[in-house]
Design a protein around this ligand. Structure first.
Ligand code: AHR
Length: 771
């Protein structure tokens, strides 16, 4: 058998890698509160309410015991936007208790903690208050301190602080305020932090894990939290307004977070910028475009000007001189004299709706005129293809955006079928910022498929930035999975996907170099490229209606179904079994009630594999086709549509792997359902001019080992360090019980004559660094 060779042309640079690999910080899954923000008290300012989440009240996470009355008051608040506080009136020994996040407050024996609270003593004398963390299971004290609450006027809030050392460890503690002498008090901003945090009060273990990845950039603060909410900045559910997130934490508002919780804003834009600096990542803030794509509401005229001004002010805040500019001065007052060196700004997050693209030009023009050096990122919807992806690209080309932010979450098979997704993109045009992507899952298989895809991202000339999403998830507040880094109140869990991202990020290199291979097949087909046959079914998605005049046309003739079919919610109606290359399904449809539409299933081979045309999906507003492969679903085509309660002519055409949908004879979806394929090995190579290293990344997705000669043309290398990601089964997943099931091992060996022979293990990711 002929030798397999990977030849790396160290001198032949093919692409500047720039800031390719970075992070996406999204405040989802309690990533901030109960996550990276080290505050241990939940609902510390009694601001939680049902607008944030239907189960919340101002008392959420709080309990009381002993003889004690309590109420929520708003009459004389601590600050303009911190409007609620707790009034307690109790006898000696009355207690209020905070339950923290997860199972409770975590404190570790021997570590110090900082407590603070704002109080208004409503008594005639000084009173003692004991602060204690008590284990909820055993009722034992794990650490405590006390202070005396002095007499104040009835209007005066006073801040009390104390520090104590934990004497016992607990992961299920509660913070208690024990009113030793009883009395009446107003209470706000009850806070407990570990003393040992990452700079500005961030959780050390999480931030360190991110810092260790050596990210080139960090996109923040979301995700949907960027553009969801009200346009009114004073509303409880305000859209993200960066200026409101600055300053003393007790003076910041708290908002509804789109992901079913409250955002305390303890981490605001200043803290995000500092965090970027601390972990060595360039900041990429994303701002709303004055338009809520969830509700299609937007600002115009003077109101839109205000939004545009916010974007300009943010650039000044980040980069402006600390003496001569207004927002540069604000930054300096907050503690950062030097500019943050902002290079990029994003406007919009996966926007759906013309409303965004009508407003984007105002932002673009104003930013370009005032700050021509800033790279402006446009937005391209939630899918890899389709109407809003095209709208984003058209807008970017028309206005001259520097990058377009693409998002997609897909089955691993989609990634396998679309390794060359970016090959046709114009390398001299607007660049791709792949601002959110992941394959559905945290298994070893997901991670190695992502690694294979990353070798292609690295080589794709049009791709400038890429980051996995979402980044963080608290195990007890899961609104989105998979996620890169999981945590509870005391531990973190690095997923296989984290390891892949880290391997690629810390070994990115500065320039891609040419690789040539010998005797390695480019494509070994994974599944046959058969046409899309199987069962055809109909189902109502929260609607009632009827279907009639049903026919299936094939090369061999046309079949009619005589009867009218009643459609009801979730009731699956089997229509046909198809085993033909080409077929056309036609029928008439009327929705009689409900606000969604009809699911038309085709090419269904079993419950895990099918295509679904959601005709009138997403509350009747879309015509989407989703592919489910091995139980994992990907949106493969999307288009806006407005379903009414009227009769529609519906047609689905399948020709081989080409699919077209028609509504009232108008073409809606038109796409090729690509076949997943596997390359014999996935290879990318780069050099790092700062460290003078040559880096080769190799992914083996096959279940057999591959022996390969790696040959370096050019500069002499003496040593290679090999990092290997290893798991046993493709279904393996790191868990808190088995954190290291999938892990990276490192070893070094010498290199002779610029050549090594290496056996790439089955299902493996290897990064080789030559020096
Ligand atoms: O990452 C999860 C969500 O996915 C983001 O908030 C949004 O941008 C996308 O829909």
């Amino acid at each position: 058998m002929s030798e397999k060779v990977i030849r790396v042309k160290q001198q032949q640079k093919t692409k500047k890698l720039g800031d390719l690999y970075g992070l996406f910080f999204e405040d989802i899954n309690h990533a901030v509160d109960g996550g990276i923000y080290a505050e241990l008290v939940q609902n510390r300012s009694f601001e939680y309410c049902e607008i944030d989440y239907k189960e919340y009240t101002h008392f959420t996470a709080w309990e009381k015991s002993g003889n004690c009355e309590w109420s929520i008051e708003t009459e004389k608040p601590l600050a303009k936007f911190n409007t609620h506080y707790l009034r307690v009136n109790g006898e000696n020994g009355a207690i209020i208790k905070n339950q923290g996040y997860n199972n409770g407050v975590y404190v570790k024996a021997g570590k110090k903690y900082r407590f603070s609270v704002y109080l208004r003593n409503k008594n005639q004398e000084e009173k003692q208050i004991v602060v204690r963390v008590s284990d909820k299971d055993f009722g034992v004290c794990c650490g405590e301190g006390y202070f005396n609450c002095s007499i104040t006027s009835h209007d005066e809030w006073k801040k009390y602080k104390l520090e104590f050392m934990a004497t016992k460890t607990t992961t299920c503690g509660e913070l208690q305020l024990i009113f030793a002498d009883g009395g009446e008090y107003d209470i706000d901003m009850v806070s407990l932090f570990p003393k040992d945090t990452f700079r500005n009060g961030l959780r050390k273990d999480i931030v360190t894990a991110l810092q260790e990845m050596k990210p080139k950039f960090m996109r923040f603060p979301g995700g949907c939290i960027t553009h969801a909410g009200s346009l009114d900045k004073y509303a409880r559910d305000s859209m993200y307004r960066w200026k409101m997130t600055l300053g003393n934490v007790e003076e910041r508002p708290t908002w509804k977070n789109n992901w079913n919780c409250n955002q305390s804003l303890g981490i605001g834009f200043y803290e995000y910028f500092c965090m970027c600096e601390d972990i060595g990542a360039k900041p990429i803030p994303v701002l709303p475009g004055g338009f809520n794509s969830h509700t299609q509401e937007g600002a115009w005229g003077k109101e839109l000007e205000e939004w545009v001004q916010e974007a300009l002010d943010l650039i000044e805040f980040a980069n402006g001189d600390c003496q001569t500019t207004e927002w540069g001065r604000v930054r300096a007052q907050l503690g950062h004299q030097e500019p943050f060196g902002l290079e990029y700004i994003g406007i919009g997050n996966e926007e759906i709706g013309d409303g965004f693209f009508e407003r984007y030009p105002y932002f673009h023009k104003a930013i370009r005129e005032k700050y021509p050096e800033i790279k402006i990122i446009n937005s391209a919807g939630p899918f890899a293809t389709g109407q809003w992806n095209r709208a984003g690209w058209n807008s970017a080309r028309e206005h001259g955006s520097d990058l377009v932010d693409e998002h997609y979450y897909a089955a691993p098979e989609w990634f396998l079928a679309n390794m060359h997704h970016y090959d046709d993109y114009d390398e001299n045009g607007v660049k791709v910022f792949l601002g959110e992507y992941a394959s559905w899952g945290n298994t070893y298989y997901n991670a190695i498929v992502e690694a294979a895809y990353m070798t292609h991202l690295e080589k794709a000339k049009a791709v400038a930035l890429a980051c996995y999403a979402p980044m963080l998830c608290n195990v007890d507040y899961v609104y989105w999975r998979p996620d890169m880094l999981w945590f509870n109140n005391h531990e973190i869990l690095k997923t296989a996907n984290y390891h892949v991202q880290k391997m690629f990020m810390e070994n990115q290199g500065t320039d891609e170099v040419q690789v040539e291979t010998e005797n390695l097949s480019e494509v070994l087909e994974l599944i046959d490229g058969r046409s899309l046959w199987g069962q055809i079914e109909l189902m109502g998605e929260k609607i009632e209606g009827k279907v009639w005049d049903v026919s299936l046309e094939k090369k061999t003739g046309k079949i009619y179904l005589g009867e009218e079919i009643q459609i009801s919610n979730q009731k699956v109606q089997h229509l046909f079994d198809v085993n033909d290359e080409e077929y056309t399904l036609s029928f008439k449809f009327l929705r009689t009630s409900g606000e969604n539409g009809l699911r038309i299933t085709f090419a269904k081979t079993d419950d895990q594999n099918m295509l679904n045309w959601h005709f009138g999906g997403w509350k009747g507003t879309e015509s989407n086709v989703n592919a489910t492969t091995n139980g994992r679903t990907t949106t493969v085509s999307n288009k806006s549509f407005g379903m009414e309660n009227e009769v529609y002519d519906v047609r689905l055409e399948v020709k081989g792997r080409h699919i077209k949908t028609y509504i009232n004879q108008e073409l809606y979806n038109d796409f090729e359902q690509r076949v997943p394929e596997i390359e014999e090995l996935y290879v990318a190579a780069s050099i790092d001019e700062t460290t003078n290293q040559t880096i080769v990344k190799v992914v083996n997705l096959l279940g057999e080992e591959k022996e390969v000669d790696i040959v370096l043309d050019g500069e002499e290398r003496e040593k290679v360090t090999l990092m290997l990601l290893q798991g046993n089964q493709l279904t393996d997943e790191n868990t808190f019980e088995q954190k290291e099931l999938i892990h990276v091992t490192t070893k070094s060996r010498s290199v002779e004559n610029n050549k090594i022979k290496h056996i790439f293990k089955p299902h493996s990711v290897t990064v080789l660094v030559f020096e």
